[in-house]
Design a protein around this ligand. Structure first.
Ligand code: ATP
Ligand code: MG
Length: 435
């Protein structure tokens, strides 16, 4: 089956080897979970010496199966066909029942959170084929996220959701269960189940609906402020719970980390070098300062928050993408999360401008209105955050600006490489922040 597995794997959205040459696939784990249902960990080796480990759930069948999208067909082995089992409602339900029963199968451990109620038997459907993981929704009450690229160590998404749920924080999707294994003495998280937020809207979609309105309607674009304030309150309570449950510490401002990122990108990104000395000066001014660090989200932006009819929820605590797990679990300033959201507001506004053929950062009427939208919503977010937290992030303005700059520099590196048309967005921000 190797050849078709390779074709299927490399075509998946979550395949991480694009830009590298795959040299071999090796099945490092294979566990029979049920009749015609296997869980396999597939090790991909690339010709530059790097490796990734992927989780694949296979449902075997000997006849044609109706209703499977092409994405789910992995390949054939003699008369049998292999499908991505997550697309098979029965297989997905079986997976859920293993969690419900706290099962141990061939070195895999399934566990239900204390007091959780799993919708065993509810209809299952895959959502998010375009995501870095694959999620199955059960009925309207639970979502099972199966990790695709698995790495050793404690998974912060499960870890922090567990802490937040057990502490009763209402601004997260409650953790209901998870499953994992151990390889060579190291833990590997394989998936997690959380309460499904039915009828929810992503923060990013709400924000861009508002900014789209802003560029098409002279009176539009102001209706997000109350939401921004409530979002600030929600993020503050999440930070409070994480601090209370997992502690805080004082650390020097990580000037070297920020300088390293800047140094690595200054010459690679067109137009960045001219700002590098001013950015560096901003960072160095903070070198003597100490900051309070705690466990944080690590990759917070408007695409990581969901508005339900009742509340804002913060999701996806996986930390900074691309970083090794220990790095992603490192305590950091809560201001880094705040900065992430503020950057996201700017993206929501400036992307609309660029799509409408306008430039961000200038003094054209639309650019000015976009800026005002950003200021209004960032202000409301900080107001809400301050009201719930008791301290205002803007009181640490220099630190906050440094984290915003660090994020904008990272974005500039990303845009220069993948979406050059949007490089203007972080560049306009950098200019504003050091200006
Ligand atoms: P990405 O690659 O986009 O970061 P991911 O694999 O890390 O995706 P998540 O970010 O956790 O997955 O979730 C992807 C999407 O699934 C979310 O943007 C949201 O639309 C939906 N989603 C996730 N969790 C829930 C939930 N508890 N309730 C409702 N929808 C959810
Ligand atoms: Mg996500």
């Amino acid at each position: 089956m190797t050849l078709s597995l390779q074709n299927w794997l490399t075509a998946q959205r979550w395949y991480a080897g694009r830009g590298r040459v795959l040299s071999s696939l090796y099945e490092s784990t294979s566990v029979r979970l049920g009749d015609d249902l296997d869980l396999k960990l597939i090790d991909a080796k690339y010709d530059n010496g790097t490796r990734d480990r992927y989780q694949v759930l296979i449902r075997w069948t000997d006849g044609p199966v109706d209703g499977y999208p092409d994405v789910a067909t992995i390949g054939h082995d003699g008369a049998r066909t292999a499908y991505d089992a997550l697309y098979d409602p029965n297989a997905a339900q079986h997976l859920l029942s293993l969690v419900d029963g706290d099962a141990t199968v061939g070195g895999l451990h399934f566990s239900k959170e204390p007091g959780a109620d799993l919708p065993v038997g509810a209809t299952a459907r895959v959502i998010g084929a375009e995501q870095s993981n694959t999620s199955v929704v059960f009925g309207t009450s639970a979502i099972f996220k199966v990790f695709r690229r698995v790495t050793p160590g404690i998974n912060p998404d499960i870890e922090l959701n567990r802490v937040l749920a057990r502490a009763g924080n209402g601004h997260v999707a409650r953790l209901l269960g998870s499953f994992d294994t151990e390889i060579d003495g190291e833990p590997y998280a394989l998936g997690m189940i959380t309460a499904f937020a039915a009828n929810s809207v992503e923060g990013w979609d709400m924000a861009t609906a508002s900014t789209r309105d802003l560029v098409t309607n002279p009176d539009g674009g102001s209706d997000f402020v109350a939401e921004s304030r409530r979002l600030g309150e929600a993020v503050a309570t999440v930070h409070q719970t994480l601090a209370a449950e997992l502690g805080t510490a004082e650390e020097p401002f990580p000037v070297d980390t920020l300088l390293t990122r800047l140094g690595a990108l200054a010459d690679a990104v067109p137009g960045l070098a001219q700002y590098a000395p001013a950015i560096e000066e901003r960072y160095r001014k903070l070198a003597e300062q100490s900051t309070v660090v705690q466990r944080v989200h690590g990759d917070l932006h408007l695409g990581q928050v969901l508005r339900t009819p009742e509340a804002w929820l913060v999701i996806d605590f996986e930390g900074e993408p691309g970083q090794p797990l220990p790095e992603r679990r490192r305590p950091d300033s809560a201001l880094r999360d705040v900065a992430g959201v503020l950057r996201s507001y700017e993206y929501a506004a400036y992307q609309q401008l660029i799509e409408g053929g306008e430039e961000p950062g200038g003094d054209e009427p639309l650019a000015v209105r976009a800026r005002e939208w950003v200021d209004r919503n960032c202000g409301a977010f900080c107001d809400g955050y301050a009201a719930a937290m008791g301290t205002d992030p803007r009181d640490s303005g220099d630190l906050l600006a440094a984290y915003e700059l660090d994020k904008a520099v990272y974005e500039a590196g990303y845009e220069a490489r993948y979406r050059p048309a949007w490089l203007k967005i972080p560049m306009a921000s950098i200019q504003r922040l050091v200006g």
